[in-house]
Design a protein. Sequence first.
Length: 206
Amino acid sequence: KPPRFVEFGTQEGQQCNTRFLRQQLGWQGLMMDGGHDIPNINLHKEIITPKNINDLLAKYQTPSLIDLLSIDIDFDDYFVWKSILQANRFHARVVIIEYNYAIPPNENRAVDPDQDSRRWTGSDYYGASMLAMAALGRAHNYTLIYAEKNGVNLFFIQTSILIEQNILHKVPSIKDLHISKPTMNWKHPPEIDKTRRWIWNDTVWI
């Protein structure tokens, strides 16, 4: 069987993380996006939230084990991934997820998911920190292995795979992975609405 993927936040399926895998390497999978519906490439128009993501995956008959999960919805990516992890119904060997590069590497915080209806306004209030993502993954058998130099995506792999391959000790630290000046030179203005608060978590490791 060909490798399987799930990606949401794909736009029209051209500028996304799984396009090459789908078009050139024969991978098969599900794509979802809030503004596009192209059934012939298995792209479906869906508004994704932490509350509905597992039902949507079931709706489109997603296998319980997939090879790659890619999350890029510009706001509450952290809580959508957390919902998938806590439900324990769907598992991915590799996860690619968008994060907020501008948050310092020692801060564990994410947007308030209760403000989901307002989504991203173009400000620096979006997503979650690298440390928040890493801590979430660590609690569910995932290890952060790479951060894109453009400051967009983090890459995780199941920790058990790294142990089996005897390469867990080669994984770089969060401090080493932190991108202070991304190659894309993103410049998101500060959030002016002070009612939009961050959710902070305590952490004991970096």
